[in-house]
Design a protein around this ligand. Sequence first.
Ligand SMILES: [Zn+2]
Length: 371
Amino acid sequence: MDLRQPKGFVSYYTKARDYDGVFDFVPRAARPKVGRPPFGIGIHRNFDIGAGQGRLHVINDNAGRLFHLSPEAWARGAMVDVGAANAAEEKHAASVGRRPGAPMIAASPVVTCALAAISETDMMLLGVRDYGPGRAADPRAPAGRSALYSLAFMMRRAAAVYLDIQDYELKAGIRSQEDPALGSVVGQIFLCDTLENGAGYATHLGEPAISEQLLQMIVQNSHWLFHDRLVDQAHAGACDTSCPDCLRSYSNLAYHNLLDWRLAIDMANLALDASSAISLSSPLWARVAGVAAATLEAARPGFTRTTFGGLPGLTNGREAIIVTHPLWLTDRAGAGPEIAAAWDDAERARGLRVDPAWSFISVFEALRRPA
Ligand SMILES: [Zn+2]
């Protein structure tokens, strides 16, 4: 991707009016990214942890459409996204009840690129080391990204409570790193100070004992009343994935559909201990696992609810659909004990067809894409 850091921005050159369109530098479009950290990474409990000054890229790729910039004489040679300028002119004309002017044609050459704001700031990086057998959070897969982003934003919320600051004073994100030894990609989460040059928050949060404290706030009741409020029936009974009371805020708008507070708690538990139980029959998950099965049933005429090896599922008498936890691997070789038991029950005990390509549907998918 062609990445450019402009010296400055203006939104709309020719009209003195409200900000519109040309460079939409809001959290919805801008995604923070960090590169290779210049500080060392240590090990604490079951997580990699490091902190220090590093380079933060806040990238705006115009929601994947990129920007198409050309040097325009009327803008004294400044680079303009003419398509965006035309759209802004149309919108402005409509708002004041006149016809838009003739659309401008971009001068050549047009540079197609993403925009970046690059700054040095304080950051901490944290990665779960060992997910335990049959479990993973692959940052290339939606459920894995969901788990990582949920942990990142839950850590940010815990940090804001811990430091008594606003959550937008920290930026949160994930970083993918190839593991050449395993031939796979592992995901880490990061928190950065929003202020350039850093206020020192993230460096403090990246001390192993402080990171552990944040994880503990997420996984168990404490005087912070952090975990307590998440699992309180008023929240847990009403929030199937995420809401403003747990993970959603204006500053993570682009991620709302990915965020899941239950996954954040499981990830935090795993970071503390690789042998943590990750179960759909736990008090944390049982209700939404049932909601997931009911949602799938409603989307599949001819299928009725059942259970396979203790997991919620559906069958039409020939095929099995099994509801899984988003962190579980569902291929025959990688499957953990819960999946293996359900697979056996469906296939061997009940003679139903199980196909790894479509039989396993995680709660994450069931609640978001049931059909
Ligand atoms: Zn919620």
